[in-house]
Ligand binder design. Structure first.
Ligand code: C2E
Ligand code: MG
Ligand code: MG
Length: 599
């Protein structure tokens, strides 16, 4: 086997020139690069300057002996790694021990055996080479570890950032930046765990739903809707303490969690504050929009075991607030839950009803008080419920409005009523002055294809626009006066008349009345009921009639039941009325008989 031969620089230190020469010559012949010096101090200087691979060092020297040279070499960082082999005629164990203890790596006794010297030199050169290699490898390894660590740190921080972003996205709403439903439910869950340990702890959840937000979206577009939502969120934030949890649940729904609630007045006061804050109009782009929220409040305690149930009850209370006239709050009470269940069932039944067309239009005559002639009919929807029988509109129209299903119902009634009017016309029972009044829900009124739908119904049934009246509430106009004005203008082009239904119960702003081409006001039944003996409690009716007269509108009194009411209305100058005194709403056959028989 060939062993590798290590070359190297060797420094020989010996005070005997003969020794020096011999070794120097021999080693040079062997291919080593050799330097030689004759005293210890010289040795230190050369070692520092030339950094040899190996030093052969004599022990017994004048001035500085070999041991001390070795000690100094080892103390100096620059030279400490150079292996030192001692050369000496001393052959006592104690000398050898000392030689190793000052840092020598080997010991050769004079007179030398050349082979031994060469073999030892080779051994130590190879060791030195190996050490160097190891040191180099270590340096490289350290560098690589450093690089990799830096890389890893970078990767980890990037990954953490990405994870944080994802987590943020998963738990927040992009539009408003508020925490979202997932976050809220998690928060509620944590809270319930806490509450179940300390049973006296109370909290409150407020469920906020924007009123009539859908009509903003429908009429002004989603972009405006989005902007409005952000503005609403920011205003609500103004009402909250910094530590209050406020989330966007989705759509136009928000939730607030109040912790550590001691009294009902706390969430109630907050609700009032929010309602007040939102009452001022919103400027969204070039539009001024009025909107508010309906707020359901749940006072939470250890009664609740599941977050979903809290939200369900808050939602139920919110719907009750909506039904109570919107822009108000309602605290959840247990009976509301069964009511909500009932509504839920009603919704699914309504869907079936629309699919299977379980509706029928009833007609109630509107009578001219002077000659008791039928001047018009109001079309009123009825639902033939397979189990419950005839269901009145007040118990399903509001829910149909919430579901968005009211449009289908209104269209059905519009078509059927127009067809009916046409039939009576062709039968010769009425002339074209007798009109048909059809109710339109607010939501329907605001949809853009309303006019197209009306046009096609008029075309299908062949009745004139002037034979049709649409009844809408003040709300429909006030909620979006600009759009309403445009639609009303279009209706006027078709000679379709417009009545304000339930007049006096809605918004009190009258400024729109003289700006819009409205033909008729229907005085709400609540004012008619109040008519007392000898003209008592008729101030509002008097005022409405005067208002209508000055604006060139006609007036219909709704819900007239008694002769006394009829007389007084007549005295006040009201020309038309509708009520049980003449007829309840009846089916088409019965209405036909009324047309023939009269009153
Ligand atoms: P409304 O448009 O104000 O209709 C008048 C309501 O007063 C009718 O109730 C009518 O039956 C009732 N009424 C008339 N005269 C008297 C009276 O002398 N005494 C009493 N106690 N009540 C009288 P109805 O048919 O139950 O309809 C209730 C409401 O449901 C309507 O109020 C209207 O807002 C809505 N509605 C009815 N049909 C439709 C429809 O097709 N579409 C829409 N969107 N809403 C409808
Ligand atoms: Mg009506
Ligand atoms: Mg009415």
């Amino acid at each position: 086997m060939m062993t590798k031969k290590y070359s190297g620089d060797i420094l020989i230190v010996d005070d005997k020139p003969n020794n020096l020469r011999f070794l120097s010559t021999t080693l040079t012949e062997q291919g080593y690069k050799v330097r030689s010096v004759t005293d210890g101090l010289m040795a230190l200087t050369v070692a520092q300057a030339a950094n040899p691979d190996l030093i052969l060092l004599d022990i017994m020297m004048p001035n500085v002996d070999g041991y001390e040279v070795c000690q100094r070499l080892k103390a100096d960082e620059q030279t400490q790694n150079i292996p030192v082999i001692f050369l000496s005629a001393l052959d006592e164990v104690i000398d050898k021990v000392k030689a190793f203890s000052v840092g020598g790596v080997d010991y050769i006794t004079k007179p030398f055996q050349l082979d031994e010297v060469l073999a030892r030199i080779q051994t130590h050169l190879s060791l030195r080479a190996a050490q160097r290699e190891i040191r180099q490898l270590n340096v490289e390894l350290e560098q690589r570890v450093k690089q990799r660590t830096a890389q890893l740190e970078q990767e980890i921080s990037e990954r953490l950032q990405a994870q944080e972003r994802l987590l943020h996205l998963a738990l927040h709403d992009v539009l408003t930046g508020l925490p979202n439903r997932t976050w809220f439910m998690k928060r509620l869950e944590q809270l319930l765990q806490q509450v179940n340990q300390a049973s006296s702890y109370q909290f409150a959840v407020l469920f906020l739903d924007c009123d009539r937000f859908q009509s903003v979206n429908d009429s002004l577009g989603h972009l405006v809707g989005d902007q409005l939502l952000v503005s609403i969120a920011r205003r609500i934030e103004l009402c909250l303490r910094p530590d209050t949890t406020f989330c966007r649940l989705g759509g136009d729904e928000f939730t607030i969690l109040l912790q550590n609630v001691n009294a009902r007045s706390e969430p109630v006061n907050l609700a009032k504050k929010i309602l007040k804050e939102l009452a001022a109009p919103f400027q969204v782009g070039s539009y001024q929009v009025f909107t508010n929220v309906s707020i359901g409040i749940v006072i939470g305690s250890d009664v609740y075991k599941q977050p979903e149930h809290i939200l369900r009850d808050a939602d139920t209370a919110m719907y009750r607030a909506k039904a109570n006239g919107k822009a108000c709050y309602q605290i959840f009470e247990q009976p509301m839950h069964s009511h909500a269940l009932h509504n839920f069932q009603l919704e699914s039944e309504l869907r079936v009803a629309i699919e299977q067309n379980q509706f029928e239009t009833y007609y109630q005559p509107i009578v001219a008080i002077g000659d008791r002639q039928i001047s018009s009919f109001e079309a009123l929807v009825r639902w033939h419920h397979p189990q419950a029988g005839l269901v009145m509109p007040n118990s399903f129209i509001p829910i149909a409005e919430e579901m968005g299903a009211v449009v289908a119902i209104d269209l059905f009634v519009l078509r059927q009523a127009c067809q009916q009017l046409r039939n009576w016309q062709t039968e010769g029972l009425i002339d074209e002055t007798v009109t048909m009044s059809v109710n339109l829900s607010v939501r329907h009124f605001m949809t853009f294809d309303l006019l197209t739908q009306i046009d096609s119904v008029l075309a299908e049934t062949g009745i004139k626009g002037s034979s049709l009246r649409l009844e809408i509430t003040e709300r429909a106009i006030m909620e979006n006066a600009e759009l309403a004005a445009r639609i009303i203008d279009q209706l006027q082009h078709r000679h379709i008349q417009l009545s304000i239904d339930d007049f006096g119960t809605g918004y009190s702003s009258l400024s729109y009345l003289h700006r819009l081409p409205i033909e008729q006001l229907k005085i709400d039944r609540s004012f008619i009921i109040r008519i007392g003996k000898n003209g008592k409690n008729t101030e509002i009716i008097t005022a409405i009639i005067a208002l209508a007269k000055s604006l060139n509108m006609s007036v219909i009194a709704e819900g007239v039941e008694t002769q006394d009411q009829l007389d007084q209305l007549n005295n006040l100058g009201c020309k038309f009325c509708q009520g049980y005194i003449f007829s309840k709403p009846v089916d088409a056959d019965t209405a036909r008989k009324l047309l023939i028989a009269g009153f």
